[in-house]
Ligand binder design. Structure first.
Ligand code: NIG
Ligand code: FE
Length: 425
């Protein structure tokens, strides 16, 4: 009896596996030599998982007589794994285009924040928005991300800063997970800022004693799915002790630690992350050499966000030093009302130009390493048998066009496929 499959993508000029043999992440040497098959095919089963990937002639003879629901001829095109965006804040109401003008005129991020703008502005609008409004906004943003090749994305709460709105945001993320094909890793970020009218100590106590227990109950009852815990560890926001206290409480209830650290000031966030067994720390513009070494040793990944440094005119994170030290480097868009970027190809471009990453490093950082940061590298981030069938098909004869061409990705990305289903063409 002939077997049947959901999708065969055949005759692609290049199929970029990223890695093989079940590697969970790539550090510098691996990243420089991505596994690429010339003239390759990818076969995806009805369960949405990859059944075969390799040279087209071998796959053709191996699956002669099989039935395929769908066949894509990718001649002249390239296939890469679906992109993974390891850091976004996509649930909010009220844009901040007016603050962009202030920052262009010279205001710093913290000046805007301390004047009651920034996160506080977004919190006020997000608190008063309905769940429906927030979901509509989130869905259209996630669709733009998918259109740009993202097939798995981390989504944070954190514009509520009080229980009801944080829960509202987490429910909205849950609804998007159930209504869109894009994969979502949900992060509780109730410690994104100290809410107006509270001290840092009061806010920490509220999170640990009120918010987290309630979230834990809703996870246990199946109402919510939450994967990670986040804190903005920064001078004037949450200090190292409060950050430790919140992250530990989250870890005790089974969440992965994935937090904002060492962005505007060196905070010893990297040491804290290593100490707590964090899966990832984001930003790290101000990380110290010791911090880098601690992260490499603990296998705490660095999620670097080139859009933030770009838009705030900060010096970019030291990606080269981290790579040289053996840190697992991932990338994220940091999509939020401050850094309004839905496109991982744009992020890879910025990572190469501003942070001196190579194109293979940027791709590994936007696939297998970003998946590692989200604890999904066993299912996502490379084209290997048994992994989820998430692909991006690029209408160009070499995959590097995705990084080289900046802007205009709608024309360059020909298909986006999630679990063997075409979500964009
Ligand atoms: O990752 N640094 C803190 N959080 C966000 C910004 C959020 C905001 O400004 O609304 C970031 O850049
Ligand atoms: Fe962020």
């Amino acid at each position: 009896s002939a077997s049947s499959f959901k999708l065969l993508v055949k005759n692609a000029t290049q199929v970029v596996l990223v890695c093989r043999n079940g590697e969970k992440y790539l550090t510098r040497d691996g990243m420089q030599t991505l596994a690429v098959v010339e003239n390759g095919s990818v076969l995806i089963g009805h369960d949405g998982l990859i059944k075969a990937v390799g040279p087209s002639d071998i796959i053709e003879s191996q699956f002669k007589g099989a039935k395929f629901d769908n066949v894509l001829d990718a001649s002249g095109m390239c296939v890469i794994p679906g992109l993974v965006d390891a850091h976004t804040h996509p649930v909010w109401a009220g844009d901040r285009v007016h603050e962009f003008a202030m920052k262009l005129a010279g205001a710093t991020y913290m000046e805007v924040h301390e004047a009651g703008g920034g996160i506080h502005f977004t919190v006020a609008h997000t608190r008063s928005a309905t769940e429906r409004q927030l979901l509509d906004g989130l869905q259209s943003r996630l669709e733009r991300m998918m259109r740009a090749g993202t097939t798995l994305v981390e989504c944070k709460s954190g514009y509520g800063l009080e229980l009801d709105t944080e829960l509202k945001m987490l429910r909205v993320i849950n609804s998007a997970r159930n209504s869109l094909p894009i994969g979502i890793s949900a992060t509780y970020c109730g410690a994104h800022a100290v809410p107006k009218g509270k001290t840092m100590e009061e806010a920490t106590q509220d999170i640990v004693a009120q918010q987290l227990p309630k979230i834990k109950m809703q996870i246990a009852s199946g109402e919510l799915q939450v994967d990670n815990i986040d804190v903005f560890c920064e001078k004037g926001v949450f200090d190292l002790n409060s950050t430790r206290c919140i992250l530990k409480a989250g870890k005790d209830m089974g969440l992965n630690i994935n937090f904002h650290g060492d962005e505007l000031h060196p905070m010893n966030s990297a040491h804290l992350g290593a100490e707590l067994g964090a899966l990832a720390i984001s930003h790290l513009e101000e990380v110290t050499d010791d911090g880098i070494a601690a992260m490499a040793k603990a296998k705490t990944s660095a999620v670097l966000l080139p859009t933030t440094a770009y838009i705030l005119r900060l010096s970019p994170p030291r990606a080269r030093d981290m790579l040289d030290a053996g840190v697992i480097v991932g990338l994220g868009s940091d999509f939020n009302p401050n850094a309004y970027c839905c496109s991982m190809p744009m992020v890879m471009h910025l990572a190469c130009v501003l942070m001196k990453m190579s194109m293979p490093e940027a791709l590994a950082a936007s696939t297998i390493n970003a998946a590692y940061a989200l604890n999904r590298s066993h299912t996502h981030g490379s084209l290997e048998i048994g992994k989820q069938g998430d692909l991006v098909i690029i209408n160009a004869p070499r995959w590097e066009h995705l990084v080289y061409q900046f802007g205009g990705h709608q024309e360059l990305i020909r298909f986006v496929i999630i679990k063997g289903e075409i979500v964009y063409e």
